[in-house]
Design a protein around this ligand. Structure first.
Ligand SMILES: [Zn+2]
Length: 190
């Protein structure tokens, strides 16, 4: 398993320090979220909405990672979480991810929350809330819904302000570079 810091050719990640929590579990979550944010930055550099995701095994090693690839792959399902979960299943040759933690920089949408439940992911850690489309607590709570047959632990808000700043920065930059008229409507979803 690969367990190393993000490649130096990733674009720099904007990190706003969170409160100085020194709980070992918090520090572990923060460490992997830094990686998810680096993946998100790489997606942004490729013209994608910046969202990154990392799957980590129970032994604390990296299983798989993914970044938003929707534009590049012309794939409406290529959200960072889906990419990472698919790779995790392929790498393990097993779609059951009960012992895994999924780190993602933005609260999952309904599609990704559904995939997280389908993959039996044991724990979800995410950064920024998505007030418009978040399907874990903002707009709806899919994991706790009656249609869900799997319960998981959810830890929101890890480096949430950094993830939010990264998204806001990306949308602000896109607005600045967009033509003054005739541009398509703003879409806040990755
Ligand atoms: Zn999604």
């Amino acid at each position: 398993m690969i367990d190393r810091p993000p490649s130096p050719d990733y674009p720099p990640t904007l990190i706003i320090p969170d409160p100085p929590f020194d709980h070992p579990q918090y520090l572990e979550h923060r460490r992997w979220m830094v990686r998810a944010l680096a993946l998100a930055a790489a997606a942004a550099a490729a013209g994608e909405v910046p969202v990154g995701a990392v799957v980590v095994g129970a032994d604390g090693t990296l299983v798989a990672e993914g970044e938003n690839r929707r534009e590049r792959d012309h794939d409406p399902t290529a959200h960072a979480e889906i990419v990472a979960l698919r790779r995790a299943g392929q790498r393990r040759q097993d779609w059951h991810l009960n012992d895994c933690t999924l780190y993602v920089s933005l609260e999952p949408c309904a599609m990704c929350a559904g995939a997280i439940v389908q993959g039996r992911v044991g724990c979800l850690v995410y950064g920024a809330d998505d007030p418009k489309a978040g399907a874990v607590r903002s707009q709806l709570n899919l994991p706790d819904h009656g249609c869900s047959h799997h319960r998981l632990t959810v830890v929101p808000g890890i480096l949430g302000r950094s993830a939010q700043a990264q998204l806001q920065q990306w949308f602000a930059q896109r607005r600045r570079s967009a033509p003054p008229s005739g541009s398509h409507s703003e879409e806040s979803r990755p």
